[in-house]
Design a protein around this ligand. Structure first.
Ligand code: ATP
Ligand code: MG
Length: 410
């Protein structure tokens, strides 16, 4: 037997991707295209960190053994299953020919196979993970694509590209699924309420005039909430798709700040939050869309009040910084945990469902604000400490139309 220097199998006995690349090439030459599924463990490095290398190694082996045992069941004998990556980048690829009696793939074929593979593997893996002492659910993520032979590309590049494409596709799909489920949830809540009150009224509660009046006001409020939600969602996608033309005009940021404070004054009083402004005399005017900037500032200040305790203080201040206009909204409220900071600008993201449920927040305000500021060529930043307060900072170019990126687009 010749010495085998390179690793050809992983510890579970699965072929290692780099050693089967010539087989991949042969398969592709034979069929021109193959279905490509890529599977890996979500946040595998976190599992390694929490449970140690040994548990991770066990999980890897388990995944490998499961794959081998599924040959002839989940995977067909003629298809190729291999593993790649090392350490926390362990992944599995599955290369297969079109379903029998067909000679090409449709996206649905791939999707069906991919979700069947992930579903089955997730179940098996989780059953055993519990025995290994893993407390949280182990999630697998999969992506799929059609991989085509390309004589100009070495086969390892082909596979790497397919993996990247498959991963991207699965990420986009995940974003879409979450988005749709969030929207449905947000729509369903007010609708259920409207339906419930209307039905009860029709069933006879209408005899009671006071009750009827009260319930009709609730129905009307919930309908308005629905209208606002739909308006904001549309607005958000229009800004994101650059379908909203900004109306640039001279804007006095002090006036916008004063207006915001005036509009929110009674809300702040009710919440027992003091409001203050601080203006830098150096900053006079910028060119911007006044209504849109005002909308951002209202969002930020509304949040600052909402997440302050009675006795708190919210300050809106302006200054110049390296040629940019800066508007800050500072509070001494609840603050935001560090690990959540990166996510609060995502649509529908709320730090703590319970906390915002109390305030009726939908998690759209910051997503809209960020889009508006970026459409101005600016940036929206946040600094926050849990229990101490937050500072939301909007940086705006003084004259965005003169910025080079605008010329590029014209
Ligand atoms: N000043 C703040 N202090 C503490 N947490 C904040 C602050 N501003 C935002 N957050 C957190 O960020 C999340 C997202 O804010 P965002 O404005 O997008 O949504 P919202 O205020 O909950 O709802 P709405 O869509 O009505 O604005 C909030 O739910 C809250 O958890
Ligand atoms: Mg908000």
């Amino acid at each position: 037997m010749a010495d085998r220097l390179e690793v050809t199998e992983d510890s579970a006995g699965l072929p290692v991707l780099s050693t089967v690349l010539d087989r991949v090439e042969n398969e592709l030459l034979k069929r021109e295209q193959a279905g490509f599924i890529y599977v890996d463990v979500v946040q595998f490095h976190n599992l390694i960190e929490t449970y140690g290398e040994e548990v991770a190694e066990n999980l890897r082996n388990l995944l490998g053994q499961t794959l081998i045992r599924q040959r002839g069941k989940l995977f067909r004998d003629e298809d190729l299953v291999a593993v790649g990556g090392a350490g926390s980048d362990y992944f599995v690829i599955y290369l297969f020919s079109p379903p029998r009696r067909k000679d090409a793939f449709s996206p649905t074929d791939l999707k069906v196979v991919s979700s069947r593979v992930v579903h089955k593997l997730t179940n098996i893996l989780n059953e055993r993970a519990v025995q290994l002492g893993v407390k949280e659910k182990v999630d697998l993520r999969s992506g799929y694509t059609v991989i085509k032979y390309d004589p100009r590309l070495p086969v390892d590049k082909l596979v790497e590209e397919a993996r990247r494409e498959a991963a991207l596709k699965s990420e986009l799909e995940e974003i879409l699924v979450t988005f749709v489920s969030n929207v449905s949830h947000e729509l369903r809540t007010p609708l259920t309420c409207i339906k419930g009150y209307a039905e009860t009224l029709l069933e006879g509660a209408m005899e009671d005039r006071d009750l009827t009046h009260r319930w009709l006001s609730i129905i009307s409020e919930e309908a308005k909430r629905l209208e606002r939600l739909i308006h904001d969602l549309l607005d958000l996608s229009m800004i994101e798709a650059h379908q909203v033309a900004l109306k640039f005009q001279p804007v006095d940021l002090r006036a916008v700040a004063n207006h915001t404070v005036a509009v929110l004054d009674s809300y702040a009083q009710k919440a027992e939050v003091a409001m203050a402004t601080e203006f830098d005399p150096e900053l006079t005017e910028i060119r911007a869309d006044e209504d849109r900037i005002s909308q951002v500032l209202l969002n930020l200040t509304d949040n600052a009040i909402k997440y302050s305790q009675p006795g708190g203080q919210v300050t809106v201040r302006t200054r110049m910084y390296e040629g940019m206009a800066v508007v800050e909204v500072v509070d001494r409220g609840a603050g935001i945990p560090e690990q959540e900071l990166a996510r609060i600008f995502e649509r529908f993201y709320r730090v703590e469902k319970g906390r915002t449920a109390r305030f009726g927040g939908r998690g759209l305000g910051l997503a809209i604000a960020k889009n508006i500021v970026e459409a101005h060529g600016g940036e929206l930043e946040v600094e926050s400490k849990l229990g101490e307060g937050s500072c939301f900072r909007m940086l705006l170019p003084v004259n965005p139309e003169k910025e080079s990126w605008m010329d590029d687009e014209a």
